[in-house]
Design a protein around this ligand. Sequence first.
Ligand code: C2E
Ligand code: MG
Ligand code: MG
Ligand code: MG
Length: 279
Amino acid sequence: KSKSLGRGTYVIFDQSMEQEASEILELERNLRTAIQNDQFIVHYQPIVDAATGKVEMIEALLRWNSPNGILSPDKFIPIAEEVGLINTLGELVLNKACEQTAYLKATTGAKFITSINVSAKQLRQPHFTNNLESMLHKYDLQPKDVQLEITENALVEEVECITNALKEIKTLGIRIAIDDFGTGYSSLSYLRKLPIDLIKIDQSFVKMLPNDEEHRAIIYTIISLACSLDLEIIAEGVEEKSQREILLSMGCKFIQGNLISHPVDLESIKLILGHTSPK
Ligand code: C2E
Ligand code: MG
Ligand code: MG
Ligand code: MG
């Protein structure tokens, strides 16, 4: 596989590339079949107020309920992006998440926002905002019932197109979050121009809490930045009480992670929301 091995290895290199290509083809076929057979489901993870533990939002996370078990998005989203299926999958998630949000609101009476991940490709579709609007209408939801998450990395490709899309979405009254914040290269001045409402601190920083001084400093800086730009803040990947404590002491309002709950299926999130709904 290594190019430095010299001439003789080109054959091996070609073979492995061919194998990789046929694996992608097969995965693409399987993805198409899975879409036809409705094998995609949405799990939900609560996002809570760090101080009170009240569920304020839930994040919709896509799962492939395949014949070989439940697969995580990291296993198929990159391929879906590559073979042009991400818009179909994205639409499917949006539809299910909106339908289920309406169901959860009706059955639990709880107040919460559903946070939905979107890829940059989706945002660049000319009719994305219109589709979003008709989806809300279809399930009788208000714009404030949902928010969209876009990764910091996705923000920096085709800046103008993305910025315009975000502005349109914001005009609808839908909140926008930057996901995996701290791992990309967005600049302060760029951030300030975007119509965003909140920042999600990437879990790689949270993982090193509470003891790693450097990561503590990074998180503190992100929280101060969010504060001065008047943005809300969520820390992702909180697994330990000590992490929750230090985040709370640094002024982080919301937390999400296995300490609170793993992502769970629809009926389980319904129970979780039911417990925290006003009596
Ligand atoms: P993300 O949006 O940053 O989502 C958070 C990920 O961290 C989820 O992985 C979640 O299960 C995981 N996680 C939550 N709490 C903890 C924790 O305490 N510890 C650890 N180690 N992990 C935790 P998941 O569900 O596998 O999703 C991976 C990524 O796939 C997501 O990262 C998101 O970028 C993408 N994704 C998920 N659903 C969709 C979707 O519908 N559309 C698009 N475009 N991307 C999606
Ligand atoms: Mg996310
Ligand atoms: Mg994230
Ligand atoms: Mg991520």
